[in-house]
Design a protein around this ligand. Structure first.
Ligand code: ZN
Ligand code: ZN
Length: 334
């Protein structure tokens, strides 16, 4: 859901590869051709072209951005609007998270069939997860069906179960079997309740990567978090449940999307910077943004991106959060 932006977003334009490459290649080719046989010429030219391509890439960085959290039909948004939104953000790969058969993740979000259809239509831009209501008998079959159809994860798990319930553990078993991550919406008294007991699940499924998201996930960066609070604005005392889960469990990750991710940055920028430093291999950019513009104060995705760019302690950490970690966790070829 959209919670409103507090900071103006900035969208960087990324230059496309220049035509100069080809002119340089042709020039180099004609110079070396004189002394070489045709075969030698072809080998040398290919090597030279590769060297030019590499140096050009370094000169004009065109880096990927992976958005690990988007939805089809989000609050009624069309596929064309979603594509335009992601393009405006500069996102190169988008992970589509379907709803279960009911509830639409509380925002009219599309189900498994819609994310599969969009990813099939634009395989260069979209990948997708599989999902189902955690505690219905059909969950196993439905999730398995879409994992077999190419889903690269399970989620968004946003249903009224405890995070250590037998039903959720059955979903974790599917993730273990297929070697995919699970993305979870933690919300006190609502979804995936009992975050203080999540250690046991992490220990029971050490090969499954779990990605935490939403109000109760981000609220608990604070050691003194009041569990009823959804978007706290107080300064953070480090050492909360979230901090501990990320520190102690190699299979726990964090999704910076949504109003809750944005609130993590805005409530205490100094803390956010230190948190990104210590969990630099665990955090991933996501937007979970339902507007149609992809820029400006109303676009929380743009605001989250701006905060990552502004507050990441180093360029290397920024790159990990914008695409490196997601590439590894989602096993993406980007
Ligand atoms: Zn979502
Ligand atoms: Zn947006």
């Amino acid at each position: 859901m959209w919670e409103g932006g507090k900071l103006a977003g900035g969208v960087e334009r990324r230059p496309s590869p220049s035509k100069v490459d080809f002119r340089r290649r042709a020039k180099y080719g004609s110079r070396v051709r004189i002394q070489l046989s045709r075969r030698q010429f072809l080998v040398t030219t290919a090597t030279a072209a590769a060297a030019v391509a590499t140096s050009t890439a370094a000169e004009t960085p065109s880096e990927p951005i992976i958005d690990i959290h988007q939805h089809t039909n989000y609050s009624g948004r069309t596929d064309a609007q979603l594509i335009a939104h992601q393009k405006a953000l500069g996102v190169t790969t988008t992970v589509l998270l379907p709803a279960g058969r009911l509830y639409g993740l509380d925002a009219d979000c599309g189900k498994n069939d819609t994310v599969l259809a969009l990813a099939k239509k634009h395989p260069d831009q979209f990948v997708f997860f599989a999902n189902e209501i955690t505690n219905i008998p059909e969950a196993r079959e439905e999730i398995t069906k879409y994992l077999k159809l190419g889903a690269i994860g399970i989620g968004e798990q946003k249903f009224k179960v405890a995070c250590d319930s037998p039903e959720f553990q059955q979903v974790a078993e599917r993730a273990q079997e297929f070697g995919v991550p699970i993305l979870m919406h933690f919300m006190h008294n609502q979804y995936n309740t009992g975050i203080e007991r999540f250690d046991k699940v992490l220990e029971k499924f050490p090969k499954v990567n779990f990605v935490g998201h939403a109000q109760t996930w981000w609220g608990n960066v604070d050691k003194n978090h009041e569990q009823k609070a959804m978007y706290p604005t107080t300064k953070v005392i480090p050492g909360g449940i979230t901090d501990r889960l990320l520190r102690e469990h190699p299979n726990m990750y964090g999704d910076l999307s949504a109003g809750s991710g944005l609130n993590f940055f805005t409530r205490d920028a100094e803390h956010a910077q230190a948190f990104m430093e210590r969990h630099q291999d665990k955090l991933m950019f996501g937007s979970d943004c339902n507007d149609v513009f992809g820029r400006g104060p109303g676009c929380q995705g743009a605001n989250i991106l701006a905060n990552i760019r502004k507050l990441a302690p180093t360029r290397a950490i920024q790159r990990k959060i914008l695409f490196g970690n997601a590439k590894r966790v989602m096993k993406l070829k980007v």
